[in-house]
Write a protein that binds this ligand. Structure first.
Ligand code: ATP
Ligand code: MG
Length: 425
């Protein structure tokens, strides 16, 4: 045998046992956005490299070291999308969806980042995200946060995630703050680690979310961005807080929260869980009023978030939320004896139409023992047997496989009415 080819490191298969979990989660996500009236947008997985460089920023982790970039056969530099916002804005601009309009959009799909694979961090991963365009006021920020809180309720994980918010003000306010911060960092350069020393000039705000404890200790005395905000920025943030308070959504203001992408202004936020170890952020986002213009569109305010689906699946798994998912097969139909196969297949199809149940037909023949073994392995709650006797008498043998009592014969007419209770026994 020749050597098997393996999947690429950090890029996972989603196997049959897993897909049911994903589908359940994806359905909850779809139901949630639908209940807010948001519409789906689907964009290509590959874009021009320049889009991400311009949108995300040259001195960010993603652009500096995480992008899957390659040359197309015609020499264009293309990149597998590392996130969804840049593509959404690109599509919105290209198709004239944004200027002077309001759009409330969502997307879901694979993203690609060349990071070190570990639990909750992969090279192909999946994000679900929402983007709101054309609303500059903090009610839109509050709405996407209320939507995420609603989602946690729907998933039954509201107790295990907490919200952190911050404001970054406008880019002018941030520029003034940046100067003060760099001056402070220069004074204490010796106490900064290598990463922070480098960021101090390229992207000084990122020093604020350094994971280094010494750097964090130093930052206790650093100037605070909050002190550099003008009246409008303060008003934006206080309206957001007021609306969150009114909605009963608890949060912590974390002045160190700056987020890794360049395009944010005013509101930034993260939903974090302590149940997943280091990769604890399950949803993150903020306002990005400058991006549409930066990508060549007309000035349009925007706010949105993205959530990591793998991390949500891990969290739901950890909390046992998948334990009660319905089995993929509920009823297993067997045909035994001459001339029974056609009737059994017809019966299976009629039951699919008459009930909502998942009915699997045994294929490939075999004796009673073999068919029952398959029935059991399918996970079905009930096996139905059509033998020669059953066929003659117009009945079906019903054999509960887990609980639900004794084997018995049931008339064809009664069958559809009886099955759901047997399956759910
Ligand atoms: P982190 O701090 O964990 O690297 P990030 O700030 O890079 O996250 P965003 O770009 O804001 O993350 O993406 C939003 C969400 O997507 C994250 O909160 C996380 O749930 C998920 N995510 C990001 N990168 C990955 C990855 N490599 N693998 C799995 N999920 C990811
Ligand atoms: Mg990251």
């Amino acid at each position: 045998m020749s050597k098997q080819i393996q999947a690429i490191r950090g890029m996972n298969d989603c196997l049959p046992g897993e897909t049911a979990k994903w589908q359940w989660l994806e359905q909850a996500l779809r139901d949630t956005v639908a209940s807010y009236g948001y519409q789906e947008i689907r964009t290509p997985i590959v874009e021009m490299t320049g889009l991400f460089k311009r949108a995300i920023g040259e001195v960010t982790d993603i652009v500096e070291k995480e992008m899957y970039t390659f040359e197309d056969r015609n020499g264009d530099s293309l990149t597998l999308r590392p996130e969804g916002t840049a593509s959404t804005v690109r599509a919105g601009n290209q198709h004239g969806l944004l200027y002077n309009q309001e759009q409330r959009l969502w997307y879901m799909g694979p993203m690609f980042r060349h990071e070190r694979p570990q639990k909750g961090r992969y090279r192909q991963f999946h994000q679900f995200g929402v983007e709101v365009y054309g609303i500059g006021s903090a009610d839109a920020d509050a709405e996407v946060l209320m939507m995420s809180a609603r989602l946690w309720q729907r998933l039954g994980i509201a107790d295990t995630v907490r919200l952190e918010i911050n404001t970054l003000g406008t880019s002018e306010e941030r520029a003034a703050y940046r100067e003060a911060l760099v001056a402070f960092l220069e004074q204490h350069k010796a106490r900064l680690d290598e990463d922070s020393q480098r960021r101090m000039y390229t992207n000084p705000l990122r020093v604020l979310d350094s994971k280094n404890a010494d750097v964090q200790a130093l930052l206790a005395d650093a100037p605070a961005l909050m002190d550099y905000l003008g009246e409008e920025s303060k008003a934006h943030f206080s309206l957001l807080r007021e609306l969150l308070d009114g909605a009963g959504i608890q949060y912590r203001v974390n002045p160190r929260l700056v987020r890794g992408l360049d395009y944010y202004n005013h509101t930034v936020f993260e939903w974090i869980t302590d149940s997943l170890g280091a990769q604890g952020t399950v949803l993150a986002g903020g306002r990005y009023d400058g991006l549409v213009d930066q990508l060549g569109g007309k000035d349009t305010p925007a706010v949105g978030f993205a959530s990591g689906i793998e991390r949500l699946v891990l969290l739901l798994e950890t909390l046992g939320k998948f334990d009660t998912l319905p089995a993929p097969v509920e009823v297993y139909v067997c045909a035994m004896g001459a001339g029974t196969l056609g009737s059994a297949m017809t019966l299976a199809d009629e039951l699919r139409r008459e009930t909502e149940l998942a009915v699997m037909m045994h294929c490939g023949g075999g004796n009673f023992k073999k068919q029952m073994k398959r029935a059991d392995k399918s996970g079905a709650a009930v096996a139905l047997i059509i033998g020669e006797d059953e066929l003659q008498q117009g009945v079906v043998t019903v054999k509960p496989l887990r609980a639900g009592g004794e084997q018995r014969q049931v008339s064809r007419e009664e069958l559809a009415g009886l099955l759901p209770s047997l399956v759910n026994a």
